[in-house]
Ligand binder design. Sequence first.
Ligand code: PML
Ligand code: MG
Ligand code: MG
Ligand code: MG
Length: 254
Amino acid sequence: MLYSVRMRAAQGDAHEKGGKHISGAERLVRQEQLPAVAAAMLRRALFHSRGTADFINLTVETVLKENIQAVACLPIATVAVPSIAAGRVAAQVELIKAGVAPAAVAAGIKALAGLKESLRGAMLVDAQTGVRLDNGERGIRVSRMDIADEQAYLCWLSRQGHSNIHIQEAVVLASKVMSASGVAAELCWSDDPEYVTGYVATPTLYIRFTQLKPYGSPIGGRIFFIKENTDLEQLVHYLQYQPVLINVPAEEAS
Ligand code: PML
Ligand code: MG
Ligand code: MG
Ligand code: MG
């Protein structure tokens, strides 16, 4: 048995009562890891660069091992770009290569760049028309995922020169998202003011761009571009409720 540990923190009031989103985190851990993981999540909510949370929801729930699905980790590429504009153009090119229609890519970037405040979850956008498909202000929160072998993962990342928590968590999330049938690609930049690197995830690659948003901006988020004829209810259920453990390629993990 594993435990799904989920944290969401807001300022002013709870998210559902209009509070400002501060931080969120998702893990699937063994019982003996629970106290440390929960404490780390609380610390994160209390000492976040987006502000201090005064509403924190910490949920712990058991997950049966037989219900967990194994998913392969996406390989990572990094593209250094000289400016935000260049980063966004490069990201657009990758999204189009992944099958998102140019008009939908433009609509998605406009929606992300035009947010007045960060959402707790991701926007769902039709990959052909660019129309927003989720009907909430809150977006769709991807949940119940973690890396299968944390040590192997951290070694694998560190051999590629990566050590920050943003990339650690984002690659796990993107790997789950891209394992869902119906998602053509993902676009993300962080809501953490000091973190300007963002990424495009496709079914075969997690591509980072070193500048996708202005330094100091507390506004960021995710867009999942959805293929035609996708059963949205089933997709959202998979993203939120299907427990998933991500595996680093065995030959590369050791
Ligand atoms: C976030 O932490 O809010 C999203 C991080 C996105 C970029 C992660 C990376 O460096 O690849
Ligand atoms: Mg985050
Ligand atoms: Mg994790
Ligand atoms: Mg964040």
